[in-house]
Design a protein around this ligand. Sequence first.
Ligand code: PLP
Length: 397
Amino acid sequence: MSGQVYLDYAATTFTAPEVVSAMAPYFTQSFGNPSSIYSFSEENRRAIAESRQKVADVIGASRDEIYFTSGGTEADNWALKGVAWRNRAKGNHVITTKIEHHAVLYAAKFLQENGFEVTFLDVDPEGRVRPEDVARALTDRTILVSVMFANNEIGTIQPVAKIGALCRERGVPFHTDAVQAVAHVPIDVKAMNIDLLSMSAHKFYGPKGVGALYVRKGIRIENLIHGGGQERGRRATTENVAGIVGLGAAIELTSSRMKESSARIAALRDILIDGVMKNIPYAKFNGAPSGERLPNNANFSFIGIEGETLLLDLDREGVYASTGSACSSGSLDPSHVLMAIGLTHEQAHGSLRMTLGEETTEEHVRHVLEVLPRIVKRRREMSPLWEDFLKSIEGGR
Ligand code: PLP
């Protein structure tokens, strides 16, 4: 097979051509500052309002509950720091989980270093947060619960509605980082009792550098970015008009094809998973089974192999994927998510994440199934870790 096989859609997606077209006029024609009162800027204000409505419609919110941000990271930081700070007179306890994205995890650690008490909940071996653990952790001083909608590494979808219901019962604001889920799985913030929700356009075929935070009416939250009066006085800085238009166009496009797309992509993902598990000895499948994971996520561990080496070998075959051992992000630590589901360091270091998307074809999947077993076999033959592993299982017989 020639060409590239991009299997890293969870890292980012391309911007859909329709989305680029929708954005284009806001760079060159309608470039006015939305805060200016002259009629030239009217079109920009209208476009921002329309985008806000599109975002609200997809998650079952109302337009005035949506605030645009610079991406998922800012939305997460705003939710955690903003709610904690604003409600500090009520209590100082925050609950989150060990498998959150660093945008939540490090914001929570920042709170911890600044006088808040944070509970980091464990997950089960398939990466699920247990609602009963959330219930047990809630105290009279809890002012926020933050549990991600779906995990970016292993794809496990959390029992968000159950967690939302028990937070609502106790009157505790519930935030969910839905960066990997929005426009890919159905979300209804009202039915699921979600009070705050983060999203990011570049995960659903929109541009990078723009996202949104949903804040339910009545939720008390402090501003994160101080300055001008944009976003109804809640988030300063001149609006990223083209980006906001792109976010609106992308969420509309991606959610309108969600049903067919996720069925097609999930079927390809299952071919990939079956093929890997059948053709690679001692492969470990990470995360929850089909119904409880993102339609596009497959995650494996191959004992005896370094994830980075695997990525380089795959790159040579035109396949772009990702690993959970975080060398790729500049550290040698194994993924906190894979450690939290109970993997050993060796298993975490030998992990491979493949995430499928709109341009993934069966031919792409077949190509991976042809090259991956060969690469794994060759690398294992050179690996002292693999030799040790074989000896250990022989010894166990
Ligand atoms: N949260 C999750 C679950 C993510 O997967 C990501 C991006 O990988 C983020 C937050 C951060 O989003 P952004 O890149 O828009 O800052």
